[in-house]
Design a protein. Structure first.
Length: 130
């Protein structure tokens, strides 16, 4: 919660001059703070997400790298080390366009990224941002 309060204060200070570059710098700074292997995974996810859905704006959300559309977070990355879990998480918010029948996943555990996972993430992000 402290990190979210800090984010809101920083956004208020930036005001209308805030742009996509500010959010990207914040995300890259958060990624740089992460220990390995989370940092490498977050860097790769950042590249995948920004390539798959250039309309999404990088920003931090509760201290995590996140990607928003029209100010609403669509997806985010949770570091395993930060939350003391055995896996990192790629999550999607209710703003993500992933609806599939009456039930669908909104978070995915990540232990490592292979080409298959990267392709699936790219497709999910494209769908979520559509």
């Amino acid at each position: 919660m402290k990190e979210r309060a800090h984010e809101l204060k920083a956004a208020a200070r930036r005001g209308s001059r805030a742009g996509k570059a500010d959010g990207e710098n914040d995300v890259l700074a958060k990624i740089a703070e992460m220990p390995e292997p989370d940092r490498a995974m977050a860097e790769r996810l950042h590249a995948i997400i920004t390539a798959a859905a250039p309309a999404l704006s990088p920003r931090t959300w509760y201290g995590m790298p996140a990607y928003a559309l029209d100010g609403k977070v669509v997806c985010f990355f949770q570091s395993a080390k930060k939350f003391k879990t055995r896996y990192a998480t790629l999550g999607f918010s209710d703003a993500a366009n992933l609806d599939e029948d009456d039930m669908w996943p909104t978070a995915f555990a990540l232990k490592k990224l292979t080409a298959a996972e990267e392709a699936r993430i790219s497709a999910l992000v494209k769908q979520a941002a559509s």
